[in-house]
Design a protein. Structure first.
Length: 389
């Protein structure tokens, strides 16, 4: 910061704390003598931005500048009120005060639904439920500035899922009054699109509503209570749609006939190569099929039983409960184990839907991604022994 800047907002001296409206009146009456705030800044030899910050109350005024402004205003009544209300604070306090004012200004730029609003407003609750599920399924909350504890959030979709991106973007704009902007390519060259919420307040709202910080597969988390305890079927459907579109996959036979639909979720385990050998891997994707687990045990019990007891996906359990409420009963099972780069195994859980249940998902609007819809409809039209399925 140059010499001129240090003579303004950040000069090293004590500050005068005044009521915001009185401080605004002081600045405006001092500026009236010179025509405007810019000319007052010239007269006091301080940056015009400093005068602006004093006027809106973002910064407290140095004591010496208060005296100068009182002389410029030449208003005995104003001087009496200022001297009666003034509180002297040191520079450290002023810095914290300024930071608090700035945080509040940024917080007011977004709309953060309260628990009471979510419980009373069906439309708001449904949209907020979809946002939470989208971030749980396809996004994350992460620390942007660890020193200050500031978090951000992001969402990632496959390159072709532009319709899901625009759906999520519209939801965020409606609920938080925040536009994440057009999709961005990831920095690693993957065939994906990403969006970012660079608002610590929205990120903190998501964290307060059960979205965990960082790697989700390593943590146990569930849906917020205002979703689980809701009696509104529309809220259940809104919370389930992102899981179907974000983590769902259409299953077809080699002949293109619809076999069903699956929603998968990964859960990290404490099993490593000392407990389960890499020889159980089948194929180049480092996955061990569930059939290979039957031949192995850990801590004296079958691997599958250990995973069901100690490595369940809590979020998938709660998602399954919501499906049950809408009349769909998918079967939850372990699909495979995946060997991660750190040498530990990750358990891939899945909800399996029959052909009939898949059509219910489509009819109830729980699948909105265009490619999935086209694939389901095409596979339902495939002949099986001369009969259209």
């Amino acid at each position: 910061m140059g010499p001129r800047g240090t003579r303004g907002a950040y000069r090293k001296e004590e500050r005068a704390k005044l009521p915001p409206q009185l401080q605004k009146e002081l600045v405006e009456k001092a500026a009236a003598r010179h025509g405007n705030c810019q000319e007052l800044a010239k007269a006091l030899e301080i940056p015009k931005s400093s005068v602006h910050y004093y006027r809106i109350g973002r910064l407290t005024i140095p004591v010496s500048l208060v005296e100068s402004m009182l002389r410029e205003a030449a208003d005995p009544d104003l001087e009496r009120r200022v001297r009666g209300a003034i509180e002297t604070r040191d520079r450290t306090w002023a810095n914290y005060y300024s930071s608090g004012i700035m945080r509040e200004m940024y917080r007011q730029k977004v709309r953060l639904p309260t628990r009471d609003q979510l419980e009373k407003n069906d439309d708001l609750r449904r949209k907020a439920a979809a946002i939470v599920s989208y971030v749980m399924a396809e996004g994350s909350v992460w620390m942007q500035k660890e020193k200050w504890g500031e978090a951000s959030a992001n969402i990632t979709f496959a390159e072709h899922e532009t319709d899901l991106y625009e759906h999520f973007r519209g939801l965020v704009l409606d609920v938080f009054d925040y536009d994440i902007g057009p999709p961005q390519p990831p920095g690693n060259g993957a065939l994906a699109i990403r969006g970012f919420i660079y608002s610590r307040f929205v990120a903190e709202w998501l964290a307060d509503n059960c979205v965990p910080h960082g790697e989700k597969s390593a943590q146990s988390f569930g849906l917020p209570y205002w979703v689980k305890n809701s009696t509104d079927p529309g809220t259940w459907s809104s919370a389930l749609q992102p899981w179907c579109d974000g983590e769902g996959c259409v299953m077809v036979s080699r002949g293109g006939r619809l076999l069903g639909f699956v929603v998968v979720q990964s859960k990290h385990t404490d099993l490593d190569l000392d407990l389960l050998p890499a020889s159980i891997i089948n194929g180049p994707n480092r996955n061990a099929p569930v059939g290979a687990l039957r031949k192995h045990g850990v801590f004296g019990i079958p691997v599958a039983d250990y995973l069901k007891m100690c490595c369940r996906s809590q979020i998938l359990d709660e998602v399954q409960c919501l499906f049950n409420r809408i009349g769909v009963n998918p079967r939850k099972r372990i699909f495979s184990l995946h060997l991660k780069n750190d040498g530990f195994w990750s358990c891939i859980w899945g909800l399996h839907f029959t052909r009939e249940e898949t059509m219910i998902l489509l009819q109830q609007g729980l699948v909105i991604q265009s490619r999935k819809i086209r694939r389901i409809e095409a596979s339902m039209a495939v002949k099986n022994n001369g009969i259209f399925i």
